[in-house]
Design a protein around this ligand. Sequence first.
Ligand code: NDP
Length: 253
Amino acid sequence: MKCMIDYQAAHDLLKDRVVLVTGAGDGIGRAAAKVFAAHGATVVLLGRTIAKLEAVYDEIEAAGGPQPAIYPLNLEGAAVADYQHMAETLDKEFGRLDGLLHNAGLLGRITPVEQYNPALWEQVMQVNINGPIWMTQALLPLLKQSQDASVIFTSSSVGRKGRAFWGAYAVSKFATEGFVDVLADEQENVSPIRVNSLNPGATRTQMRKTAYPGEDPDALRTPEDIMPTYLWLMGPDSRAHSGERFDAQPPRH
Ligand code: NDP
């Protein structure tokens, strides 16, 4: 297991970099967007609930971070043309993209495969893996122009060892790990883009509460607690690493 929870980031680690965060309106994505901005990044806040994105925008501005941007998009309904439009817009507005955190995710239902609703299964695959794949494809030309772009895919412990009842969510995270291997291998020695997977571990968010309703949330790390590994992977200190699996916190016992 590779975990950088004790990493101490330089305050200007992400200065002059443009970083896109999906699912930036809540939970881990919200914390990541704020901490990236606090370390100098111009953050593009992507998500489906505009009011939540606006609240994060305001928090970043109030904290004195570089002015962020909001990119409203529902990954469930987005098509390849939408991602191409996104790439054109980012190119026009910023002329660069140095980091991409695929964080948006859908839990689906914790239920046996025998009872899994096929429409829900496809919805989870769309949001958790198909959308991120086509978004990445569209953004590759822009990422290639960066001196050391970092692409981070969010995984899960059930994306590394399957578990009963986790259905589409687990399968989508296994697919995520596979896509990281494929893309990292393709980019090795041909571009300065690094691609890694990151498992946040049990973290106090709405998704975790839905998955484990009986759990005491106070026993969990907060999204802010796990940010050192996010910063390390997004910034230049992780430049030499690609095609690897990371954990944002040590396993709980
Ligand atoms: P939350 O449910 O708190 O936040 C998920 C975010 O993704 C929300 O901002 C949500 O938007 C956004 N999102 C969901 N569906 C879509 C969509 N169709 N289009 C655009 N945005 C969407 O989850 P977490 O913060 O807990 O999870 C973040 C990531 O970490 C996920 O990939 C998850 O699988 C992973 N993870 C989390 C763990 C945990 O313990 N929390 C453990 C392991 C992995 P909105 O606010 O509008 O709903």
